[in-house]
Design a protein. Structure first.
Length: 327
C-alpha cells in the first residue's frame, strides 16, 4: 500500500475516531515484530524502519507519537505524558475504553499533522514510541536527539505491526513483557469466544468498503481496521485496493461492510447498489468515523478492540441474514 494512502488511513483512524542512548547497533536485536524478550530485560534493543534503538532502563516519561500508540501504553498500565491528537469530532481523550480510574494526569496533546519537536523536548521524555506513527527519517532523527525513539517497522508504512505485535513491542520498550502477554491473551480470548459463538462467520468472504474524500477502497488486512474482521473468522483480502466509483462491483462477497458513507448515500449510488451482496441485503453500514465505534476501530488496540467487537457483531449477524443493518 502506498505510504501516502497509509498516512491517509492513519488520519482516518484517529478520526474514528492518529537523545541519549537511542540508535545503537547493540548485540540484543529483538525483531520489530515484537517477539518476547526476558521479562523486564534492560537494556533492550528494538529494530525498526530507521535502524535500532536501545533503551537502557525502564522508562517513566513516555511520549506516544503514533496515531494509536497511547492505547497500547495504557493497556500495559502506563500513562503517557503526551499523545497524538485525533483529527475531527471524536472526543479521543474521553474514549470510553480508557482505564478507569485514569492511570495518571491527562496526557498533553500533540498536533496530528506535524509533530511538535520542541513541545516533545519540553516534556523531558525518556522514551518516544511511534510504532504506528508513519514518521520520516528527518523527524526520527530530530526525536532521537531528545530520547530513545522507536519508529514504525518499515519506512514506507507497509507491513505495519498487528495489534498483538505492537503490544509486544510496547511491552519490550516498557519492560513489561509478561503483562503484554497477559493483555494479548485476554484480547485474543475475546476474539476466540466471539468466533465460537458465531461459527457462521468462519470462512465467509468479507469486503470492507472504506470511503474517504469520495474515493472507495477495498481494505485488506494490511490495514488494521480490516484485521478486526479477519480476527473474527472472516476471509478478508490481504492487500488494499484503490478503486474508482465505477469499480465498486469488485467489493462483492458473502458480506460487505461499509464505513465512511451513510446508508442513504451508498444506496443512492447505482453502482454500489448493484453489487450482488448489497442487492441481497448482505451489507452492514458501520457507524461513522466520528463515532465511538469509529474511534475504537481506528485505534485497534487491546483496549478498544473488545469495544469494537461488541458493536460490530450484531451488524455482521444482520448482514449475513440479508437485513442490511446500520445507518
Amino acid at each position: 500500500m502506498p505510504r501516502s494512502l497509509l498516512r491517509t488511513f492513519a488520519a482516518c483512524a484517529v478520526l474514528l475516531l492518529a537523545v541519549a542512548g537511542c540508535s545503537s547497533g547493540g548485540e540484543e536485536q529483538p525483531a520489530a515484530s515484537g517477539e518476547p524478550a526476558p521479562a523486564g530485560a534492560f537494556p533492550v534493543t528494538l529494530n525498526h524502519a530507521f535502524g535500532s534503538t536501545t533503551i537502557t532502563e525502564r522508562p517513566e516519561r513516555v511520549v506516544a507519537i503514533g496515531y494509536n500508540e497511547a492505547d497500547f501504553v495504557m493497556a500495559l498500565g502506563v500513562q503517557p505524558v503526551a499523545e497524538r491528537q485525533v483529527i475531527g469530532d471524536f472526543p479521543f481523550q474521553q474514549r470510553p475504553w480508557l482505564p478507569q480510574p485514569p492511570l495518571g494526569p491527562t496526557p498533553q496533546v500533540l498536533d496530528a499533522n506535524t509533530l511538535p519537536v520542541e513541545q516533545i523536548a519540553a516534556l523531558q521524555p525518556d522514551l518516544i514510541l511511534g510504532v504506528y506513527s508513519f514518521i520520516d527519517r528527518a523527524t526520527y532523527d530530530a526525536l532521537s536527539k531528545i530520547a530513545p525513539t522507536v519508529a514504525q517497522p518499515t519506512e514506507d508504512g507497509t507491513n505495519a505491526a498487528t495489534w498483538d505485535q505492537q503490544t509486544r513491542i510496547t511491552g519490550q520498550a516498557l519492560g513489561r513483557n509478561e503483562q503484554a502477554e497477559q493483555v494479548i491473551a485476554t484480547t485474543q480470548q475475546k476474539f476466540d469466544d466471539t468466533k465460537q459463538q458465531h461459527p457462521d462467520f468462519a470462512g465467509k468472504k468479507l469486503s470492507m468498503a472504506f470511503y474517504t474524500e469520495g474515493v472507495p477502497y477495498n481494505l485488506g488486512t494490511d490495514d488494521l481496521r480490516a484485521q478486526l474482521f479477519a480476527g473474527l473468522g472472516f476471509e478478508v483480502r490481504p492487500d488494499t485496493q484503490t478503486l474508482s466509483l465505477e469499480q465498486q462491483g469488485q467489493m462483492d462477497g458473502d458480506i460487505v461492510v461499509v464505513i465512511g458513507r451513510s446508508k442513504a448515500e451508498a444506496m443512492a449510488d447505482p453502482v454500489f447498489a448493484a453489487i450482488p451482496a448489497v442487492k441481497e441485503g448482505r451489507v452492514a453500514f458501520l457507524p461513522p468515523f466520528s463515532s465511538e465505534f469509529g474511534g475504537a476501530l481506528g485505534y485497534s488496540s487491546p483496549l478498544s478492540l473488545p469495544y469494537a467487537i461488541d458493536t460490530a457483531v450484531p451488524l455482521l449477524e444482520g448482514a449475513l441474514k440479508g437485513q442490511a443493518p446500520g445507518a
